[in-house]
Ligand binder design. Structure first.
Ligand code: CP
Ligand code: NVA
Length: 324
């Protein structure tokens, strides 16, 4: 049983700011419960008869597969809208797409270039909208990340997490989730590539209230020193390809290699949202080494999102009805 309510019926999930810290913890408990149910092949078809539309303006392996498989395991159905057909904002306006989808499906998950597109979809659609990654945030990833850290370290409050690299979508959500779960988060990004200021300010307030802390700097060694988890992401995120050459130069001192990881605790875990760009933000020996938990992290996308889908589409009733 989770310690906090996970009743998020009808709510959008655009950033982690949509959840109270206790709701994040509640979702982690539900995710852990669903993970066990799946492993034990216990029936958990909580979303029978419900459907999710998935809209991708850009590529995906993990998000597409885990939402689709997750809906199927929960007894529901996911439809991939395939943007070459939908052509959001080109073939049809965002308000019109939203007002069609709400007549057929129970929720929409969208991966978009601009976070504004998600906000517009959410404003027009009566059904809940879930962020499958925008330029601002990747909150589903962060839920899976903190679930993975909790499994690996046995807890979250007071634990030390270092993020090295681009202060972009993944970083914004990770530091927010870290704040909500009482972690001490240290970010090291090149000057000019720091996390979103508004997200950071809000996360810092939450961290102060919850006993955690957020530190932002430009020195990877200082961030990693004594960390229990070291996390990185791509230098050139989707949509930023025009900046690739400049970014590869600016980010070169931020590569996570064996020497940088050696400054963390001897048992420190390495994490990456994937896809990884081997030899850029991370070396092969770190990514494939004994400290890497990147595939546990990828697996947990499935369990975390299943918990989120149940919370948004059915609330706690789903579990209570089965006595789970
Ligand atoms: N981490 C992640 O979101 O992976 P995809 O881009 O493959 O969905
Ligand atoms: N920051 C990366 C994450 C991919 C999952 C991107 O936006 O491309």
């Amino acid at each position: 049983m989770p310690t906090a309510t996970t009743d998020l019926r009808g709510q959008d999930f655009l950033t982690l700011a949509d959840l109270a810290p206790e709701q994040v913890l509640g979702l982690l408990d539900r995710a852990a419960q669903l993970k066990i149910m799946q492993a034990d092949r216990q029936p958990h078809q909580f979303l029978s008869g419900l459907s999710l539309a998935m809209l991708f303006e850009k590529a995906s392996l993990r998000t597409r597969t885990t939402f689709m498989v997750g809906m199927s395991q929960l007894g529901g159905f996911a439809v991939d809208l395939m943007n070459e057909h939908t052509q959001i904002g080109v073939r049809e306006s965002i308000p019109d797409i939203a007002r069609n989808l709400e007549r057929w499906v129970d929720a929409l998950m969208a991966r978009v270039y601009s976070h504004r597109t998600l906000e517009e979809l959410a404003a027009w659609a009566e059904i809940p909208v879930i962020n499958g990654l925008s330029d601002l945030a990747h909150p589903c990833q962060a839920l899976a990340d903190v679930l993975t850290i909790r499994e690996h370290l046995g807890g979250l409050a007071g634990r030390r997490l270092a993020y090295v690299g681009d202060g972009f979508n993944v970083c914004n959500s990770l530091l927010f989730a870290g704040a909500q779960t009482g972690m001490h988060v240290r970010v090291a990004s090149p000057v000019g590539y720091e996390p979103d200021e508004d997200m950071l300010e809000r996360a810092q307030e939450i961290a102060e209230d919850g006993g955690g802390s957020i530190g932002i700097g430009n020195d990877p060694k200082a961030a990693v020193d004594g960390a229990e988890v070291v996390y990185t992401d791509a230098w050139v995120s989707m949509g930023l390809e025009d900046e690739a050459a400049e970014r590869r130069e600016v980010f070169a001192p931020f590569r996570v290699d064996r020497d940088l990881l050696a400054l963390a605790r001897p048992t420190a875990a390495f994490m990456h949202c994937l896809p990884a760009h081997r030899g850029e933000e991370v070396t092969d020996d770190v990514l494939d080494g004994p400290r890497s938990i990147v595939f546990d992290q990828a697996e947990n996308r499935l369990h975390a999102q299943k918990a989120l889908l149940v919370a948004i589409l059915r609330g706690d009733d789903a579990f209570e009805a089965t006595g789970a």
